[in-house]
Design a protein around this ligand. Structure first.
Ligand SMILES: [Zn+2]
Length: 337
């Protein structure tokens, strides 16, 4: 497979030890410093052969989660000469572990989790702007990290993408400035200050979880396959809204009046508008859906090109009818029927 891409001169190849594979059997354990390394040596050899100038990014993501001893072990392994790691990638939660020295003194990068944070299903309620959280990411990470990897799961976090790329470019940039630029560039109007206020509220009100309740148990989008389609269930929206959702929705309505038609009908704008309206509607009903809310969920389905057979539950906006179909299809969290 590597040979098929030989002509394009790939500069970086990543080796991830979890999600893309991994094994916790006793022969491989601890995978990240035993079975995984055996595979990595072969993999790295093949990479060096086809792309002699490529650097290998070696992931320590999820080390010590499934088995222990991986962090300690990798410090030891990378002390000796090796040919399978040039750059390390870690999760931000592990920043402390590399504060004083890094395994093998290798440069370390991380990736901001802009997608699956706070709202389940991801993007299920519209936009999820979190400028406060990512400014903190840069404040913590900039002295230790050599950079970051761009990582995205959908279009609903478009603003977070722009923010992270801007802060990666220049960590001294102010998130407020980036927000105002985003507003004027994508929506072609003045109103950055009000938009900042909206985003401040949406970030405070980030937590959302759609839950199916059946026989006293709750099932989230990760676990829809455990719901029994033949028995009655109800869908609730568990949301935490410490800031005023009415204020955000009203500001968004006012702002919309000023936008040119092209901006008003753009998916970027609609994602904000829908989030504002949904929060307001669901807050009024204490997490119970309404016909209006269902319409907003359906609009999100259109924006995301939802495919009932293929879109995984964790990416399916929690419209009652659609979730009913998903439950009846009995697909697991990865969408496998
Ligand atoms: Zn194994």
């Amino acid at each position: 497979m590597l040979k098929a891409f030989a002509g394009i001169g790939i500069q970086y190849v990543q080796i991830f030890h979890y999600d893309q594979g991994g094994c916790t059997c006793s022969a491989c354990a601890p995978w990240g410093i035993n079975g995984g390394i055996l595979a990595d040596r072969e993999y790295a050899k093949a990479v060096r052969e086809v792309f002699p100038r490529a650097k290998i990014i070696f992931s320590l993501w999820r080390y010590d989660i499934f088995v222990s001893g991986e962090w300690e072990g990798i410090f030891k392994i990378l002390e000796t000469p090796q040919d399978f790691a040039d750059v390390l990638v870690i999760s931000l939660g592990d920043l402390d572990k590399v504060k004083n020295r890094t395994p093998g003194n290798l440069p370390v990068c991380s990736f901001p989790e802009i997608s699956m944070c706070g709202i389940t299903p991801w993007g299920g309620y519209g936009a999820n702007p979190v400028p406060g959280k990512f400014s903190a990411f840069w404040q913590q990470g900039r002295k230790i990290l050599s950079g970051f990897m761009a990582y995205s799961e959908g279009i609903y976090e478009d603003f977070n993408k722009v923010l992270c790329l801007q802060l990666g470019w220049d960590s001294s940039r102010k998130p407020e400035e980036i927000l105002e630029e985003y507003f004027s560039f994508h929506f072609g109007a003045r109103g950055g200050e009000e938009f900042r206020k909206v985003v401040e509220i949406l970030e405070k009100n980030l937590y959302h979880d759609a839950l199916i309740e059946q026989n006293g148990k709750n099932y989230s989008a990760y676990d829809l396959q455990s719901v029994k389609p033949s028995e009655p269930w109800t869908l609730r929206h568990r949301i935490k809204l410490p800031a005023d959702p009415e204020e955000a929705a009203n500001l968004l309505r006012e702002l919309e009046q000023r936008l040119p038609a092209w901006a008003r009908s753009s998916w970027r704008w609609k994602l904000f508008r829908i989030r504002g309206e949904l929060d307001k509607e669901l807050a009024r009903q204490e997490g119970k859906s309404t016909e209006k809310a269902e319409e907003y969920f359906r609009e999100l389905e259109k924006i995301y090109f939802l495919n009932l057979e293929q879109t995984i539950p964790a990416l399916t906006p929690p419209n009652g009818e659609t979730w009913k179909k998903k439950v009846e299809m009995n697909s697991d969290r990865d969408g496998v029927l």
